[in-house]
Design a protein around this ligand. Structure first.
Ligand SMILES: Cc1cc2nc3c(=O)[nH]c(=O)nc-3n(C[C@H](O)[C@H](O)[C@H](O)COP(=O)(O)OP(=O)(O)OC[C@H]3O[C@@H](n4cnc5c(N)ncnc54)[C@H](O)[C@@H]3O)c2cc1C
Length: 399
């Protein structure tokens, strides 16, 4: 089989790229190693930056998001027993975020692509990319028990952190920057109305907690836990008690409790692979970079990469110029490193390490107090949270 752009991975990055290319009249084939049901149920992100929202709308995937998504104009920061709201529009010139689960974004994009787009093959596992530095790279993959080859003009690795396309960049040219954190998150989904109408981020002596939501009747909450935590050690009652203890602040209400329908433990990691482009191979989304989820940046970074790449491929086929393609890695990495910094900052400011010194705790509380009391510090957080410029040609560089 031959296509113009071979896309490995049918997560948000791969699906959105296929959609944007389709709208630009560029053929693609998407290879996804999981089943459709699996990718549509995988619980992950929930916060969409305004640029992500606008991109999904422009891609024709915004109808249900606009109906069911919840616009959030701020977050609640809790520390030292106090609660402070950071309002976004007044600090960012009117910007805000939308809460709409990644599962729903994926469902919308899959449905659109199957109805109107090119081939989207589920249970098609890519093994390797050959000829990345030639003008006819090829993806070797297995589908329906048969080894097959997809030849392309370009290959894009949207295959997440454990993907294989990254290996097409020669090892001696690939640089990896990584940091792991000495704690994980226990994430739960519960049939219970959220405790607050915006996200609550809590710093406490017992560790970090986050109260989020998926809808007006479904809560999504997280607790900082030690690495290698066993779910069996966390029965429902213990989870709710711990959330209540960590989220408590003057005047706050206890959480609404309900049946917990899903739970998982996720490690916290920062990772960047450079460059994001070599020869005819490009990396986008988690295939190139991972952030700890505290800053709600992973999905949004994936969308930003894809926007830059779709624009560059469109330019390449419309004019023959590869200028934007050549600039892809540098353009994306500028934003990636800013998001890496913000995600690291949110994580290290809000979590407590085992044996953390009182000095370090005082520094965290001082920083949180600065954000709560200084419009400048609050604005820096708000600008990063609602999303920085993507780096498209003609876009205003400062926000
Ligand atoms: C619990 C949690 C909470 C999060 N919260 C947020 C948030 O609030 N906001 C935010 O912006 N981000 C958040 N993130 C991050 C976000 O979910 C990811 O950044 C996002 O999924 C990246 O999309 P992607 O398409 O690049 O990668 P993925 O979603 O990982 O998709 C990669 C796809 O490639 C497929 N694949 C892998 N290998 C192969 C292969 N060899 N052949 C074929 N297919 C392959 C995989 O099955 C997968 O479908 C969160 C993540 C987690 C885990």
């Amino acid at each position: 089989m031959h296509t113009t752009v071979g896309i490995v991975g049918g997560g948000p990055a791969g699906l959105l790229l296929a959609r944007l290319l389709h709208l630009a009249g560029i053929d693609s084939v998407v290879l996804e190693n999981r089943t459709r049901a699996y990718v549509e149920q995988r619980q992950r992100a929930g916060i969409l930056e305004q640029t992500t929202v606008e991109t999904l709308r422009a891609a024709g995937a915004g109808e249900r998001m606009d109906r069911e998504g919840l616009v959030h104009h701020g977050i609640d920061l809790r520390f030292d027993g106090r609660s402070h709201r950071i309002g976004f529009p007044e600090l960012t010139g009117g910007r805000s975020v939308v809460l709409y689960a990644q599962t729903e974004v994926v469902k919308d994009l899959v449905a659109l692509h199957l109805a109107e787009g090119g081939p989207l093959l589920f249970e098609a596992e890519a093994h390797a990319v050959d000829g990345a530095d030639t003008d006819r790279p090829a993806v070797r993959y297995t589908h329906q028990g048969r080894e097959q080859t997809l030849t392309c003009d370009y290959v894009v690795g949207c295959d997440g952190f454990h993907g294989v396309v990254r290996n097409a960049i020669p090892e001696h040219l690939r640089r990896t920057y990584e940091r792991t954190y000495p704690y994980s998150w226990l994430g739960v989904l519960a049939d219970a109305p959220p405790v607050h109408d915006e996200l609550v981020y809590a710093h406490s002596g017992r560790g970090f907690a986050l109260a989020s939501m998926r809808s007006p009747v479904v809560s999504r909450c997280y607790l900082q836990v030690p690495d290698a935590t066993h779910l069996d050690d966390w029965p429902d009652g213990r989870i709710w008690d711990e959330l209540d203890a960590r989220l408590a602040a003057d005047g706050s209400r206890p959480l609404h409790r309900g049946p917990i329908t899903a739970r998982s433990v996720l490690p916290m990691r920062s990772h960047v692979t450079e460059p994001m482009h070599w020869g005819r191979v490009f990396l986008a989304g988690d295939a190139a970079h991972i952030v700890p989820p505290t800053g709600a940046k992973g999905l949004n970074l994936a969308v930003a990469d894809v926007l830059v790449l779709a624009r560059a491929l469109t330019e390449r086929y419309a004019t023959g110029s590869a200028e934007l393609l050549d600039a892809y890695s540098a353009t994306c990495l500028k934003r990636v490193w800013r998001a890496e910094h913000f995600s690291w900052f949110m994580t290290t400011t809000l979590h407590s390490e085992v044996g953390q010194s009182p000095f370090d705790t005082r520094l965290q509380l001082s920083q949180l107090d600065r954000i709560a009391t200084s419009p400048h510090a609050a604005a820096e957080l708000a600008h990063n949270y609602v999303g920085l410029p993507v780096g498209l040609p003609g876009e205003s560089p400062s926000r």
